[in-house]
Design a binder for this molecule. Structure first.
Ligand code: ARG
Length: 378
């Protein structure tokens, strides 16, 4: 018998064995920069705070993260945590300067396991340029432990001014509506740019959302990198999401044949074909329990963090404590539903799926889309 693989995860739902859970230590408010205009919820005229987050806010988030860790461990999952990193340090490169960094609460945005390979994303924002650093010790440990582990860091973009389209932030709603079909957001197409959380894994098929954080060159790079490794990479679009970033509040696979969808963000026409032709069911999530106005003051994500669930297996899923309507739906769909409070984590960039990076799930590469017409790059 071969030794078990140290890094092995092909989809979002196989039985979970090892995962990294983020930590809020040393987190800072995200700075205003060409790729990001953070705003205080319901108070667009109040300046967004800068520098380190207050210790009480960090403690509250860490408590909830610890609750998630305890639940995962009680389910037999090995949990690892990132290394401390001083996010209050400014970053200066030959191409840009930014006054502080962000946090290590959302490994999902930076790191992705694609089979037996770990890929570090290019990232799209200056404050997140060095966000791979808190995970490097873990990456080295996995890489040293098993010669079958592949490790790739995607090309770092310059993040210079001309990588961004600053006018994006000024577009009035009608223009946004008109432009969404061309999928031009706050980054241009000249450099390879992607965040890991714009991907969703379905065995040999990987979806990539074109967004504010992933451009077409980024998707091309992923195709060229992954196709020779046996993957098929499918760009997807959600035209009604005017500020798209990260696919895991929009299109969330739960088990083979079932995706949780966002009723306010349908797929671009035609892109649902691969699912319908292959017997997949797309089930709309219920309305979240909070309106956008009721989300935490410094949280930059939408109310749809409600659907950012984390699968422990094809039959067990973790859901935020307050999201009762979603819990009921998942229960009806046959899942055993676990809950944890997580709202104090929201202002650090996400919920349960965002705050994790699964390194090992028991399973192999499957083809869940046997009826597919696919055009490889070469
Ligand atoms: N942009 C998403 C929304 O507001 C939030 C995505 C969070 N996901 C993540 N991996 N950080 O709906």
């Amino acid at each position: 018998m071969d030794k078990p693989l140290v890094v092995n995860s092909w989809n979002e739902w196989d039985p979970l064995e090892e995962i990294v859970v983020g930590i809020a230590d040393n987190a800072c408010y995200e700075p205003t920069e060409p790729g990001n205009r953070p705003a205080v919820r319901n108070h667009p005229d109040v300046p967004f705070p800068t520098g380190p987050k207050p210790p009480e806010a960090i403690e509250r988030a860490n408590e909830e993260l610890a609750g998630l860790v305890a639940l995962l461990e009680s389910q037999g999952v090995t949990v690892r945590r990132p290394d401390p990193h001083d996010f209050s340090q400014p970053v200066r490169t030959p191409d840009f300067a930014v006054e502080n960094q962000y946090c290590s609460v959302c490994p999902r945005d930076v790191m992705i396991t694609l089979g037996n390979e770990i890929v570090e994303a290019t990232m799209s924002r200056r404050a997140r340029y060095f966000e791979y650093r808190p995970y490097r010790r873990l990456v080295y440990a996995y890489w040293n432990a098993d010669p079958r582990v592949e490790w790739t860091t995607a090309p770092k973009p310059t993040m210079a001014d001309d990588m961004y389209r600053q006018e994006f932030w000024e577009w009035p709603l009608e223009e946004r509506h008109a432009r969404m079909h061309s999928f031009e957001f706050c980054i241009t197409q000249d450099e390879v740019v992607f965040d890991a959380a714009d991907m969703s894994r379905f065995g040999r098929d990987v979806l990539v959302q074109e967004s504010m954080t992933t451009n077409r060159a980024g998707i091309r790079w992923l195709k060229r990198h992954l196709e020779p490794r046996g993957f098929r990479v499918h760009p997807v679009h959600f035209p009604l999401d005017f500020f798209p970033s990260h696919i895991d509040c929009t299109f969330v696979p739960l088990r083979p044949g079932l995706v949780l969808t966002n009723p306010e963000r349908p797929l671009r026409e035609g892109e649902e074909r691969m699912f319908l032709d292959n017997g997949w069911e797309l089930v709309d999530a219920p309305q979240p329990t909070s309106t956008n106005e009721e989300m935490p003051r410094y949280c930059q994500s939408s109310k749809w963090l409600s659907m950012n669930v984390l699968s422990i297996s094809p039959t067990k899923v973790i859901c935020e404590e307050r999201e009762k309507p979603l819990q009921e739906l998942l229960d009806k769909l046959g899942f055993e539903v676990f809950t944890v409070p997580f709202r104090n984590v929201f202002e650090y960039g996400g919920s349960l799926h965002c705050a994790t990076w699964d390194v090992r799930r028991r399973g192999t590469r499957e083809d869940y889309f046997p009826h597919l017409s696919y055009e490889p790059l070469v």
